[in-house]
Unconditional design. Structure first.
Length: 318
């Protein structure tokens, strides 16, 4: 057995459980993925998680000091109880931390993915060395995390950091959360795909690489196709992404005025698509906030990409 004390990072989603061994410097040494049983019994869901952990532990010579888990919210990060996650309906008031700790006899921490990823970026990634961190993961939805002086800001009840559900248009479309005009419903991947479909349907004669990539099947257009078309120089795709970047800049202006962070970090598939616009977003940020130092705040791409959940889980125990 190796004498190094590594951490097991676990990322639980609606369809998969990703598990990785992370060293004290945040390097992922090995990882594996297994299917998640999200719609059966609570015990079946737990067995899916432990099967993934067991397969990783069996394949490694590392000593595991602790286990950190990114689990779908809502959850209670203090007790490690998963409350009522829509993506994993098998668990209702499920004591996940207690179940895992009793099986593996090591300390276990549980938090949501954006909070944990924010902590990983602060400990080992793009936000290393910063005190006041705002992190956003932009993909199908928008999740956010806040880290102050090396600790996740959870708020009074553990529910802080839901920045994706800050409204920037109270007359806007209804978000899945029930509110109107949340940045998630306006600027996440789903919204980008929807805007592309509407433009292509309304302007049927307008040429676009998006339509070509979809082979004329407009209902199949996704944000991924928009990103590919933008890389090919498509003006329609650029128009859509510029509008998305503008909305995100307005939102980040609110974040800056509220939190006064010393760094903004963005991760996720849509953020990677928008990285070419980061410099312009940073340039325009002072127009959207009253903070006189807004132009000094770095806007950085996250270090951890698809492995943010594994690194985030480990960061909870680091």
């Amino acid at each position: 057995m190796s004498q190094s004390k590594s951490i097991l990072g676990v990322d639980i989603g609606g369809t998969k459980v990703a598990v990785g061994i992370v060293d004290p410097d945040g390097k992922i040494l090995a990882q594996t993925r297994k299917p998640m049983s999200a719609h059966g019994s609570a015990e079946a869901g737990l067995e899916a998680v432990t099967a993934a952990i067991d397969s990783m532990v069996a394949a490694s010579t590392e000593d595991i000091s602790s286990i950190g888990i990114c689990a779908p919210g809502p959850l209670d990060p203090k007790s490690g109880v998963v409350l009522n996650p829509p993506n994993v309906p098998c668990w209702r008031n499920f004591p996940l931390a207690e179940k895992i700790s009793s099986r593996y006899r090591v300390p276990v921490r549980v938090d949501n993915d954006a909070n944990a990823a924010a902590l990983a970026e602060n400990r080992w990634g793009a936000a290393r060395g910063f005190r006041y961190v705002f992190y956003a993961t932009i993909g199908t939805g928008i999740g956010t995390g806040i880290v102050f002086d090396g600790s996740i800001y959870h708020g009074n009840t553990g529910s802080a950091g839901e920045g994706g559900h800050m409204s920037i248009d109270y007359r806007g479309p209804v978000c899945n959360c029930g509110k109107r005009g949340c940045i998630e419903i306006l600027a996440a991947g789903t919204a980008i795909g929807l805007r592309a479909r509407r433009i292509l349907q309304a302007e049927a004669s307008r040429p676009s690489a998006i339509r070509d990539l979809a082979h004329g099947d407009i209902p199949s257009v996704t944000s991924e196709l928009v990103g590919r078309a933008y890389k090919a120089g498509d003006p329609v795709a650029r128009e859509i992404l510029v509008e998305t970047a503008d909305m995100l800049t307005a939102w980040l202006g609110n974040i800056v005025d509220l939190l006064d962070p010393d760094v903004l970090v963005m991760g996720g598939g849509v953020a990677a698509m928008l990285e070419p616009f980061f410099q312009e977003m940073k340039h325009c940020l002072p127009k959207w906030c009253i903070n006189p130092f807004a132009s000094r705040i770095p806007l950085l791409m996250a270090h951890y990409g698809a492995d943010a959940g594994i690194a985030g889980g480990a960061a909870l125990c680091a």
